[in-house]
Ligand binder design. Structure first.
Ligand code: ADP
Length: 268
């Protein structure tokens, strides 16, 4: 409150909600990373202490301890890699050097990788991709987003169930979808799934090598491609994760969208 004229006072108010929300997000983020790193570090430190008295260990125990330490180190590495990817996506300038990405060919490769990941669990993975339907974008980023969604279906769906991977044109662009018949996700979790470190079942996520950052990375990549993520799920029935791409990014055989249309819908 400051004096205003001879007999009045001026009160200035400023809404700091956004600022304080941002500050809270930053604090939560640091707390989350610390927590994620502390658990594997505690395990590794524990094993190192045991190894200090190496003479009392059998060769079998030694190998077991080293393997466990290796697992934890891999987990930390994955976390740091995902954090770096996320930070690069957040700070990177809007997409440049876009190419016409052959999505059907990419998906054929990702299907093979998913089958390897499934291994003994033998999911029935099917691919229905419209030949020649390509997408203007960054190949590496698109591979990362699509593989995240396919691999999540393998990780969160019981053995031998079906996973459908679909790539098709729609009325207003193109849709990539992964349709699984897993346990599904309760409605109250769905709006939070793309939050960093949000997991429905933490133990399950960690056991399958999850960092809790996958869907955040997907969301950022889609934003950079003017696309959106739609999550539909029903408990006990399964989930569908769809990426909806705008027509300006879609190339069918022979036809190219106008590049100007893309810059018109790019975020500033
Ligand atoms: P994570 O590394 O934990 O898999 P993500 O960001 O990829 O992290 O996913 C966030 C959470 O969403 C997962 O922990 C899991 O609980 C849930 N989730 C993702 N995909 C599926 C799916 N296809 N079926 C069921 N739950 C899923």
């Amino acid at each position: 409150v400051i004096p205003f004229g001879s007999s009045q006072k001026l009160m200035i108010g400023r809404d700091v909600t956004q600022l304080s929300n941002l500050e809270k997000m930053r604090r939560d983020f640091v707390a989350n990373i610390s927590h994620e790193l502390r658990t594997p570090l505690t395990v590794v430190t524990g094993y190192i202490e045991t190894l200090q008295d190496i003479s009392s260990l059998s060769e079998k125990d030694l190998k077991k301890h080293l393997a466990a330490m290796h697992d934890q180190a891999v987990r930390m590495q994955r976390l740091v890699d995902d954090l770096l990817t996320l930070s690069k996506l957040e700070t990177a300038p809007p997409l440049r050097h876009e190419t016409a990405v052959d999505i059907p060919a990419m998906l054929a490769g990702l299907k093979e990788t998913a089958e390897l990941l499934s291994g003994e669990r033998r999911h029935r993975i099917t691919l229905e991709a419209t030949p020649g339907l390509r997408l203007l974008g960054n190949e590496e980023e698109l591979r990362s987003a699509l593989s995240n969604l396919i691999n999540n279906a393998v990780r969160y769906t019981p053995a031998q169930t079906q996973i459908r991977v679909v790539w098709q044109a729609t009325d207003d662009g193109a849709r990539f979808a992964v349709i699984d018949s897993g346990e599904g996700i309760a409605p109250h979790h769905i709006p939070h799934l793309t939050d960093r470190f949000y997991r429905v079942d933490s133990a399950r996520s960690r056991a399958t090598g999850g960092t809790g950052l996958g869907l955040s990375i997907v969301k950022h990549i889609l934003l950079r491609h003017n696309a959106r993520l739609v999550i539909e799920s029903e408990l006990g029935k399964g989930s569908t994760f769809s990426c909806m791409f705008p027509a300006a990014r879609v190339l069918t055989n022979g036809a190219a969208p106008a590049l100007r249309a893309i810059s018109a819908i790019s975020p500033p």
